[in-house]
Design a protein around this ligand. Structure first.
Ligand code: MN
Length: 369
């Protein structure tokens, strides 16, 4: 048994930022839909998922959700800018042939088995409560203006009630985790059709997100599609299928991103090239420059440029003379000697020094040898 994953999140057509986050890091698959002004929503959803990554086996999932709740709750209490933030959290943890589910809020999990789509979570919203009491039909609830008001969320109180379930999965099953940006815009029948039509899980996730945007994209939208496949499945069965995508992906927005090693290799390569370039530039340009300056109180000959661009010292002392710098700077012509008098060549620099020597000598009171 193994999993092939497709995942996509999108800001939608109306919102300015994306407060949804997801994790696809086997054995953990999760979506979180954050809420709270400014940065709050993004912080809440990514913080919750990071805490959840500590869950390594099915038994630890419930505890990890409580830890995630506490992490968001305590952060919201510490930082006034994040006060009142919270997030939904719907997660699967694979444990052999069992998928453990933990769920809080109005993101959803679905199971497509054979040809049937089954919703396996209950929305923790005010309107869902009214549906259960028979006061609203599911359709009325789906278009109700208050359909997003949650009765439960991660990070709002010190403890949270978590829905838990276990599902025995088998090859051929397809699971969907999604935020309400999908289910609020796209009817279940349409979601069902897309999941059946799009064989590739990434194509399915992409098509679901596009459908939400085409329907108006009123909210951030996230879809994680998980295909359960036989470990021994022969490649010949699906000759046209693209190579399986890596299932280890981590995309918590607003949180710390784990840089794949390939990115690091590129960064190092670019730095090496830039470093080499700077070194070559120094040899081509800087080392051909000359100037006359001051060293240890005496007039001196330097190679390089009399400045420290970006804090780099690009000079090297070639020769220190016996001419006191003070004597030279008393002359108006050499007032700027401390900052360096540039020359085109060593020859020119040496002639400047000779001139300084002559001018300083000429200043000596008459009669000195
Ligand atoms: Mn949402």
């Amino acid at each position: 048994m193994r999993f092939v994953i497709g995942a996509r999140t999108d800001v939608g057509r109306v919102r300015e930022g994306n407060e949804d986050s997801y994790v696809v890091q086997e054995p953990l698959f999760a979506v979180a839909d954050g809420m709270g002004g400014h940065q709050g929503g993004e912080v809440a959803s990514s913080l919750a998922l990071e805490a959840l990554l500590n869950a390594t086996d099915g038994a630890a999932l419930a505890q990890a959700v409580q830890d995630a709740n506490r992490a968001v709750f305590e952060r919201a209490g510490r930082d006034p800018a994040l006060a009142g933030m919270g997030t939904t959290l719907t997660a699967f943890l694979a444990d052999g042939e069992t998928l453990r589910l933990a769920h809080v809020g109005d993101s959803r999990a679905y199971l497509l088995r054979d040809t049937e789509l089954q919703r396996i979570t209950t929305d923790h919203t005010v309107v869902e409560g009214l549906v259960e009491k028979g006061e609203l039909t599911p359709h009325e609830a789906s278009i109700h203006p208050q359909r997003s008001i949650l009765t439960r969320a991660i990070g709002v109180e010190g403890e949270v009630l978590v829905d838990q379930a276990s599902i025995q999965v088998r090859p051929g099953d397809r699971l969907l985790l999604c935020s309400d940006g999908l289910t609020g815009m796209v009817e279940d029948e349409h979601i069902h059709r897309i999941l059946q039509e799009q064989q590739d899980p990434q194509a399915a996730a992409d098509t679901l997100v596009e459908a939400a945007n085409e329907a108006g994209g009123q909210d951030n939208v996230t879809a994680v599609v998980i295909d359960v496949v036989d470990q021994q499945a022969a490649p010949a069965e699906t000759p046209a299928a693209p190579a399986p995508r890596p299932t280890e992906r981590f995309a918590v927005k607003g949180g710390r991103r784990r840089w794949p090693w390939r990115v690091l290799v590129w960064i190092v390569a670019v730095l090496v090239v830039l470093g080499g370039g700077l070194f070559a530039a120094k040899r081509l340009f800087v080392d051909r420059q000359w100037f006359v300056g001051v060293s240890e109180g005496n007039v001196a000959l330097y190679r390089g440029i009399p400045a420290e661009p970006l804090g780099f010292d690009l000079t090297s002392l070639v020769e220190e003379t016996q001419i006191p710098a003070d004597a030279a700077t008393q002359l108006a012509e050499y007032r700027d000697l401390e900052e360096g008098i540039t020359a085109e060549s060593e020859e020119e620099a040496r002639s400047i020094i000779a001139q300084i020597q002559a001018d300083v000598d000429a200043q000596q009171p008459a009669g000195t040898p």
